[in-house]
Design a protein around this ligand. Sequence first.
Ligand code: ZN
Length: 292
Amino acid sequence: MAVEKIIVMALTYPELSKKHGPIVCVAGVNEYGEWRRLYPLPFKIWSEDDYKNIKFHKWDVIEVDVEKARHDPRKESMRVKDWRQIKVVGHIEDWSLRLSIVQELLDPDIETIVKSGRSLGVIKPREILDFYAKPRQRLKEDAEKLVLEKMEEADSTVTLLEYLGIKDEHLLPEVKEPDTKIEKLPWIGYRFYCRNPQCRGHEMMVIDWEAQELFRKYKVVEGPVKEKLFNYMVEERDLYFIVGNTWKYHKSFMIIGLFYPPKGTKTQKTLIPLFKKRAKPKTLDNFILKRE
Ligand SMILES: [Zn+2]
């Protein structure tokens, strides 16, 4: 489709597919402020030295050649044509600039995102009640179960192609590393109220890479994990959730990224708009002279 500059705002914990090895989902926005999901990308970008020149992190700006992911109906989902050609062209370091970007994209509440039909969004919760781990037998959402199942493909015979219903193998990146082991993904997440006055509360799983990695290190929520992801985030930071739905369950959202500027961070006043405007497409309507 086109080469786009994308501000990387979220990276999810690698998912494992038996046939294609571990893959990562990246979310961000392009220069027009349009949400983008880049999926799948091979984990080896982050794990192997050979790719350190294209290895990117949150708030890096990357240049990628993308096209609409044909098998994924979500409008934000893009396939990277050749991940080896990814270019890291910049980085946004300043919290107030990051906040200005997030403010431009901010959704009022979860319900609005669901209604909009978008598959990605960002909210600032009204109140964060807890961060906790949920035992598997208590999982209610099919989407959560699906993600956990996907992580366990290493122990099953299902391949990523079968999972996504993709017939053409060439549509996937070459990430065949069947020996790579990734630990089972636990359900960890937040209980919170969004800003919808009618909100009845959310329990949302977190698949943000940093958060999952931290939990993997300590294995329990109590202690350093809760200290960082709850106490610190609530007391010293303003926590925002970047949320995304799953391919199969459009109404089920998960927290795919955490954005946490220090408390009191102010947005930057900029003279020029942060995002470019797309020219309005010409429709027949533009050519029809209106009679008063
Ligand atoms: Zn809500």
